[in-house]
Write a protein that binds this ligand. Sequence first.
Ligand SMILES: Cc1cc2nc3c(=O)[nH]c(=O)nc-3n(C[C@H](O)[C@H](O)[C@H](O)COP(=O)(O)OP(=O)(O)OC[C@H]3O[C@@H](n4cnc5c(N)ncnc54)[C@H](O)[C@@H]3O)c2cc1C
Length: 400
Amino acid sequence: MSIIIDDELCTGCAACLDICPYGGIEIVDNKAVINEKCNLCGACIEACLVEAIILEREEIKVEKVDISQYKGIWVIAEHYKNKIHPVAFQLLGKGKEIAELLEVDLSLIILGGNFDDQLEEFCQYGTDEIIYVKSPILKDYYSDLYANILTELILEKKPEIVLVGATPTGRDFAPRVAKRLNAGLTADCTGLDIDLKTRNLLQTRPTYGGNILATIRTPYNRPQMATVRPGIFKVAEKLKKKVRITKIDYKFEKEDAVSKIVKIVDRKKTPINLEDAEVIVAGGRGVSSKENFKLIEELAKVLGAELGGSRVTVELNWIAQERQIGQTGKTVSPKLYIACGISGAIQHLVGMQNSEIIVAINKDPNAPIFKVAHYGIVGDLHEIVPVLIEELKKIKPDEY
Ligand SMILES: Cc1cc2nc3c(=O)[nH]c(=O)nc-3n(C[C@H](O)[C@H](O)[C@H](O)COP(=O)(O)OP(=O)(O)OC[C@H]3O[C@@H](n4cnc5c(N)ncnc54)[C@H](O)[C@@H]3O)c2cc1C
């Protein structure tokens, strides 16, 4: 892409100069000239009064892929210390739904060192097949080995959909694989669906700073790849079925990996566990102060719940950052989510709307949170929450 100035049309009026935020354009001999600071944002094109500025695009050649050759859904399992990340089982849950609609097989792909003893358990999560690439070196995550092996496997077996957890590891290898395959990848999806007519995966994710939800499809290439945040989908229900297990022994040496593991450092564990919590009580700006948050904490305590909050409450320093729920915080799906004084902005909703039961307390009957709530209480939380606490305490009087 490049920006071209038609010297014959340019009047040197400098309207483009004023609009350019980067200083990427200057006037030389009464004509506009693009310089090295230009980042092709195109603001000058709109500003030009005589249409002398043109954005020239190279034609992008789309290689035609025979998408009918691609069948099946793959879920890539990520692991640490020989334990599969729960997001893989959540993706199997959604993958199974889509596989049934498309009438194709669902496969769990494990690149690991020592999962032989656990394969039988993994068979219960609705998968039709487990492909287990086994090598001692794969007990740890090597980005280039992962990307190389997966690329090879995908080229050979041609799945039409590949799902990966949007964890730091998944976010690292999924784009590497997509690039090698020239495939589309939608990162950080919060919803997946299928267009049965075209077999296109409908991949929904927040965009433009989280202000809208965009649904993206990849019609021309295969596989369709998506990373999905943990906690978005429910773990597949356990069932007994016959599962094909394909073990592939890879003879790797550490030297085969370009990346080297120097040291593995465990992340500092926090006692806050929102992702696995069955009950969450969350507060928003409506709680009105750090002091008042004690009321929300008390309700959480009575219910044996985790405490959460909107981003505003983190920014105001009412609660710890690890407790933020939403697009830039945690994604949760508890059995019960109680939202107190939270308006229900889209960036908050994407982090909690998959909760089984949502109860919202808000004094504004038109607050968007009520659109996703199963039960709504319109009123002042400072009056409602104490009553709730009192009534809940009556259920287990011995404990209080
Ligand atoms: C890129 C980006 C990422 C973001 N990520 C996140 C995120 O991860 N998580 C997140 O939460 N937000 C996020 N936000 C911010 C989000 O847009 C909202 O600003 C935020 O969620 C609003 O928080 P709130 O509901 O607590 O406050 P408000 O929107 O101010 O709502 C307060 C609510 O409390 C009600 N209320 C007031 N007083 C009472 C009372 N006494 N009793 C009952 N109800 C009362 C009001 O009616 C109102 O509905 C993000 C924004 C952007 C741009």
